[in-house]
Design a protein around this ligand. Structure first.
Ligand code: GLU
Ligand code: MG
Length: 468
């Protein structure tokens, strides 16, 4: 949990920064970029010279709270709780995540925590909300491990248009051959920044690639996503390429998902924990608590989409039969279910069994996406939620509407407006995150919906392509 910044805490942070400066993680560090992710999923930053890190750790760096009300085109909406010109916040680097950025020589990166000038956590700061959710589970002896898959499309980088940087087929080895120097540099830069990549491959759409990273606690998983994107963008620039993480890079192709993997663990003793997604007598070996956690997520998915699929472009991606998970159902290894249960190989399931939320995308603020998933999972635990029958072998789009209804399978919201309405209607969101947060998210989402009213899919894709 984040400590309020009293004298002792500030002194502790100063000591930590002194230690980093005395023994820097790389030679010749010139500057540190402090990042946070705004309501609309865009990573924003302020940077300090490396020798200012100590003051930044103790006193923070000034930043307007207005960014809570920024839209993806940098225009600003005005809500009851955010969007005004006054006030100030302080960005404090999270020093234990500070790493050098190998693809940006001289630069280091650290995620920022946002505090008020009085030293309290900013009550709608995404990173703080996620830390609080993880803390609530921890208080019950539970821990989530999470990881975001990163899909991106790489363009030749000549201008605003998307022009695929490789021609080879989906999943084709040709693409690795075409981009081998680039992909090697992505892997090297990530390794130098301490990211544990577990896999990298060419994806389906033209120029599309994907990498996955090891699972971690929720805050670290969200930080890692920001870092991975920063590194991929930087390596792309150095190769004269441009990376798009947008949910819909071009109107006619499969988009970029931001699938979230989650497993729930019970802390048995310090250093010993048990995966509640395996070894039980629930469906496919889930424990009953693992099942309840999953049931909570499934139940709240329509509302969660306002955080996990936050852009107008998200709903160009989230269509049936595109492996994006457009129906609120779950199934074993079903890539058309919004919630896919992944078991992994027999013999390894106590480690590998996990849930994959497929309907979330690359525009999501990872802190908010995870905070909402944890809140929904916890609500499922509290109510003893039970999963409906799984849909394992069939694309829900191929069932007729009556059969879907009989099985309790609903289509997820098909527009940002629908998702926001579900979000505002779901009492869990207000109970978990408060009125200021719910109001701010709703105002930002409606602002983005208004921004694109009457726009064609091509126009929406073009305006979103290089923003996240
Ligand atoms: N690109 C797809 C999406 O939009 C996902 C493909 C896959 O299942 O990895 O989510
Ligand atoms: Mg994929």
């Amino acid at each position: 949990m984040v400590q309020a910044l009293d004298e002792t805490e500030r002194a502790r942070r100063r000591e930590d920064a002194l230690a980093v400066v005395a023994d820097p993680p790389a030679d010749d560090l010139t500057a540190v970029a402090l990042t946070w992710v705004d309501t609309s999923g865009i990573t924003r930053t302020k940077a300090v010279p490396f020798n200012r890190l100590i003051d930044a750790a103790e006193w923070g760096v000034g930043m307007s709270p207005v960014f809570d009300a920024f839209l993806l085109d940098d225009s600003i909406v005005s809500g009851e709780y955010a969007g005004g010109p006054s006030g100030d916040l302080r960005l404090h680097p999270v020093l234990d995540r500070l790493v050098p950025l190998a693809a940006m020589p001289g630069w280091a990166w650290a995620p920022a925590e946002r505090f008020t000038q009085e030293g309290a956590p900013h009550p709608i700061d995404a990173r703080w909300l996620l830390g609080r959710e993880a803390g609530l589970l921890a208080a019950e002896g539970l821990r989530v491990l999470a990881a975001f898959e990163v899909e991106w499309a790489v363009s030749k980088g000549d201008g605003e248009d998307f022009s695929p940087a490789c021609n080879g087929p989906a999943y084709g080895m040709t693409r690795i051959g075409e981009l081998s120097d680039y992909l090697r540099d992505v892997l090297l830069a990530l390794e130098a920044s301490g990211v544990a990549v577990v896999q990298i491959h060419p994806e389906y759409a033209a120029g599309q690639l994907e990498l996955s990273v090891a699972c971690d606690d929720p805050l670290s998983a969200a930080d890692t996503l920001v870092l991975v994107r920063t590194v991929i963008r930087a390596v792309s620039f150095r190769h004269g390429l441009a990376a798009s993480f947008s949910p819909k890079v071009t109107a006619d192709a499969v988009g970029n998902g931001g699938h979230v993997h989650l497993s729930l663990w019970r802390e048995e003793a310090p250093g010993k924990r048990v995966n509640l997604m395996a070894g039980g007598d629930g469906p496919f070996g889930m424990t009953r608590r693992g099942e309840s956690f999953a049931a909570g997520i499934l139940e709240h998915l329509p509302a969660l989409l306002a955080l996990g699929a936050p852009a107008v472009a998200s709903y160009l991606r989230l269509v049936p039969s595109h492996w994006a998970g457009a129906f609120a159902c779950w199934g074993l290894e079903n890539r058309e279910a919004a919630l896919r249960f992944v078991q992994g190989p027999a013999g390894f399931r106590a480690v590998s069994s996990n849930l994959e939320v497929k309907c979330f995308d690359g525009a999501a603020n990872p802190y908010l996406a995870l905070a909402a998933l944890l809140a929904a999972g916890r609500a499922g635990l509290e109510s003893g939620g039970v999963l409906p029958e799984p849909l394992n072998d069939v694309d829900p789009a191929l069932l007729d509407a009556d059969e879907r209804a009989a099985r309790g399978i609903r289509p997820l919201p098909s527009s940002l407006e629908e998702a926001v309405a579900a979000f505002e209607k779901d009492p869990l969101m207000r109970a978990s995150f408060g009125d200021a947060f719910v109001d701010t998210v709703a105002v930002v989402r409606r602002g983005e919906a208004a921004l694109f009213e009457g726009s064609t899919p091509e126009e929406i894709a073009a305006a979103t392509r290089w923003r996240h």
